[in-house]
Design a protein around this ligand. Structure first.
Ligand code: UD1
Length: 420
């Protein structure tokens, strides 16, 4: 196992580049199961999660060749069983369910199970595929699903906590090869869904409205191969902005999509951080010495993303004054509070919210990463803190941030990756 050692208190400056989007890449890789032709995908971030998806595709019959610039996927899906060992390590793997049903007419996919950030049910996935005529059940920790030919249908996919990104993705991919028209009402509007829609369109799918709450898909008989470049990761870009804000830095974030990050940028502007577009692909962020605290409530896109809640909390922890942070998407996603408090933060949890009393300074300490975004929050805290922070279990970070230590070195951070 490895750890990050961060010597805090360095002001970040210079340029940092955003990688391809992890959460967009996972369903796009799954969508390649829908065709027997060759797909070439560029700008795929080299992460544990994307490599897990490649392993899963291989286990389902595809040939996957990984080179430094692209991933080439060929061959045909010939196995309908997505094994527990691969699906349990990453919830994103559950989005092979829709493509397997569409291509093979049956699927046996391990339940992703509980997770450190909350219960994470799959009822919306099941509701969506059942509307398409799939018969399904649960057995031995697996979802078993079957249908001779999927039939398009109108469905409402909203849930207690709003729309679901991966349930929307599963239904879109299944409906792409279904007979007739599918209308998904209350679909997820996240940029990752928009990108999946673009990818499916490039494969020859008839799809409209992706990126809005109403997606209309007219099934086709066959999809073709594509050559596609993934867009950039809005959560990684947002994490960089929050790192700069927390260290009173001045950086340019290259390959960031401004339009995907409006909720965060609006919040940063309101607390005293300047974020400006540089050309069409880059963002410059300049933080003032004194910031104001501000509350956030996470919501599905275009609201403030739950995947930046922990990192924003790290910034509020060192912003004097009180802020209230409420997670409406994953109300239990607060594992980072205890670790931030070990560094001197003053944060209390009150059901689905955290009350943050900003302090002047955090102090380096040994801390434990509990999940992907919580680990990023600890990196932000470590960069801003006085003294040395050791972050253990950084395999969580490696699931979602490509070469983070190397990228941070380029903007003046003092960080090293060491063996435990
Ligand atoms: C995706 C992202 C994850 C992000 C989340 C919310 C990927 C690989 N992961 O996860 O990083 O935090 O979106 O933006 O893209 N829910 C149900 N029933 C369901 C499915 C979900 O009630 O069948 C609930 C969840 O518990 C949660 C909310 O809906 O409260 C949103 O979850 P969802 O959008 O499904 O998250 P994922 O797609 O799993």
């Amino acid at each position: 196992m490895e750890k990050f050692v961060i010597e805090g208190g360095k002001k970040l400056s210079g340029e940092i580049r955003v990688s391809g989007s992890k959460n967009a890449t996972l369903p796009v890789l799954a969508a390649t199961l829908l065709t027997d032709s060759v797909c070439e995908i560029r700008n795929v971030p080299k992460l544990r999660d994307t490599m897990t998806m490649c392993k899963l595709l291989r286990s389902l019959g595809k040939t996957v060749e990984i080179s430094p610039t692209k991933i080439k996927i060929s061959g045909s899906a010939n196995n309908h069983v997505a094994d527990y060992k691969l699906v349990s390590t990453m919830r994103g793997s559950f989005c092979v369910l829709g493509p397997l049903l569409a291509k093979l007419g049956k699927a046996k996919v391990s339940m992703p199970g509980g997770c450190i950030i909350g219960v994470r049910p799959v009822d919306l996935h099941m509701k969506g595929i059942s509307a398409l005529g799939v018969k399904s059940g649960f057995e031995g920790g697996y979802v078993l699903a079957q249908a001779s030919r999927l039939k398009g249908a109108q469905m409402y996919l909203g849930g207690t906590f709003g729309s679901s990104v991966l349930a929307t993705a599963n239904v879109m991919m299944a409906a792409a090869l279904a007979h007739g028209e599918t209308v998904i009402e209350s679909a997820a509007c996240e940029p990752e869904i928009e990108e999946l829609g673009d990818f499916l369109s490039a494969m020859g799918a008839k799809i409209d409205g992706h990126g809005t709450p109403r997606i209309v898909i007219n099934g086709v008989r066959k999809l073709n191969g594509v050559n596609y470049k993934m867009g950039s990761d809005r959560i990684e870009a947002g994490t960089f902005l929050l790192m700069a804000a927390a260290t009173k830095g001045d950086i340019v974030v290259k390959d960031a999509n401004y339009n995907h990050m409006l909720a965060l940028i609006d919040k940063l502007n309101s607390i005293g951080v300047e974020v400006n577009k540089v050309g069409s692909h880059d963002l410059r962020i300049k933080s003032r010495k004194k910031l104001r605290p501000a509350n956030i409530v996470t919501h599905p896109h275009p609201g403030f993303p739950t995947d930046l809640q922990a990192q924003y909390m790290a910034l509020m922890a060192i912003t004097p004054g009180v802020s209230l942070i409420t997670d409406r998407v994953f109300p239990d996603r607060f594992m980072h509070i205890a670790e931030l408090n070990r560094m001197g933060a003053q944060i209390r949890r009150d059901s689905g919210s955290a009350i943050v009393e900003g302090v002047k300074q955090l102090f380096g300490a040994p801390v434990m990463a509990s999940d992907l975004r919580a680990s990023a929050a600890l990196v932000i805290a470590g960069l801003a803190a006085k003294g040395k922070t050791e972050i253990h279990r950084i395999y969580h970070l490696d699931r979602g941030y490509e070469n983070l230590d190397e990228k941070l070195l380029q903007i003046g951070a003092k960080v090293s990756r060491e063996k435990e």
